[in-house]
Design a binder for this molecule. Structure first.
Ligand SMILES: Cc1ncc(COP(=O)(O)O)c(C=O)c1O
Length: 334
């Protein structure tokens, strides 16, 4: 399989099925107490386990191929949906994938790590709980490959590079077409935020598409200030890749970030778990504990957001499986 046509001035391989649906979600709106709620279905991106991370993977794998890489080195913890998608995408495109994970072999199964291994990814643990060790070990691995005459392409956590963020610039253009068809001009977009790569692309894409949307990020892993600064930096650089000059101030007009960490990264507190179950049972949507349960819970606690509100469902099917397995009666009673 080759690199697809260039898009946004960059190579892209086609993995997903786009556009993902956008539709009104009155049932979810009732549960979350949000009027005029729409949902953007990136749980249905149509490649492997799906989710938002299919979008950056399309630009990153293409960039790796364009740089002559035969190997992808990706940083990601055992629950990383992104590393799992890269493992599958690399395999499909004939590239070896090496996942660098913090810590040591976990003592319970993680669906994402199992999915990466099932696609043939080699996994190296850094031996330290400090997540930044993944970046250092990834660099060492890339240097080792270079000494052996092989080109490796190193991908940061969550695919949050300027190139990776292009996936969500593309998503913004896609959303623009859908909102035009629905006759919607202004919108408030709510999404769970981890590395911030997706929100960076969306903010950059809002400017590239000349729209007036505001992205509201529910930060699940870092303090909001730190997250916001990272998103804005990357949005500016990502817009520049597409030839659009975006000032930090203008980017900031399109972004708000709030604290949705709750009990901590990867841990659903009882209210989040209750809401996730209620959403699954009354709408059929899958809800993972790490990202969407926290973002939905945050949305449910907010008094007012400028309508219409678009909830960007980022997928997380592998995390939803973990949540089921870990909280099923068979597991909790043993
Ligand atoms: C299901 C899901 N939702 C949201 C996110 C957050 O996206 P980002 O890291 O681009 O902020 C991730 C990141 O891996 C994810 O897997």
């Amino acid at each position: 399989m080759g690199i697809g046509p260039f898009e946004l001035g960059q190579p892209r391989v086609h993995l997903g099925r786009f556009p993902t649906p956008l539709h009104r979600a009155d049932d979810l709106g009732d549960l979350l107490g949000t009027a005029d709620l729409w949902i953007k279905r990136d749980d249905l991106t149509g490649f492997s386990w799906g989710g938002n991370k299919v979008r950056p993977a399309e630009f990153l794998v293409a960039d790796a191929m364009a740089n002559g890489a035969s190997e992808l080195i990706v940083s990601g913890g055992p629950s990383s949906n992104f590393a799992a998608i890269i493992a599958v995408a690399g395999r499909v495109h004939g590239m070896r994938v090496h996942q660098v994970c913090y810590g040591s072999e976990p003592d319970r199964p993680f669906a994402a790590l199992a999915a990466a291994r099932q696609s043939g990814a080699a996994v190296t643990f850094t031996g330290s709980a400090d997540r930044s060790t993944m970046d250092a070990v990834g660099k060492e691995l890339a240097a080792e490959h270079a000494r052996q005459g092989r080109v490796a392409y190193t991908i940061p956590r969550g695919g949050a590079s300027d190139v990776g963020a292009l996936g969500f610039v593309h998503a913004a253009l896609e959303l623009g077409d859908q909102l035009d068809a629905a006759g919607i001009d202004r919108a408030t977009i709510v999404m769970p935020v981890g590395s911030g790569g997706s929100a960076s692309g969306l903010v950059a894409g809002t400017a590239v598409a000349g729209r007036r949307w505001v992205t509201v990020g529910a930060s699940v892993s870092r303090p909001p200030d730190e997250t916001e600064a990272g998103i804005l930096d990357k949005a500016v650089r990502c817009a520049a890749l597409t030839g659009v000059a975006l000032s930090p101030d203008r980017a900031a007009n399109h972004l708000r970030v709030h604290d949705a960490r709750g009990a901590g990264f990867g841990m659903a507190d009882p209210e989040e778990a209750r809401l996730a179950d209620a959403v699954s049972q009354s709408t059929g949507l899958l809800v993972d504990a790490t990202y969407n349960a926290k973002a939905m819970r945050w949305l449910a606690t907010v008094d007012h957001l400028e309508p219409p509100v678009i909830y960007w469902h980022t997928g997380g099917a592998l995390g939803a499986i973990d949540r089921l397995v870990l909280t099923s009666p068979e597991q909790t009673s043993s």
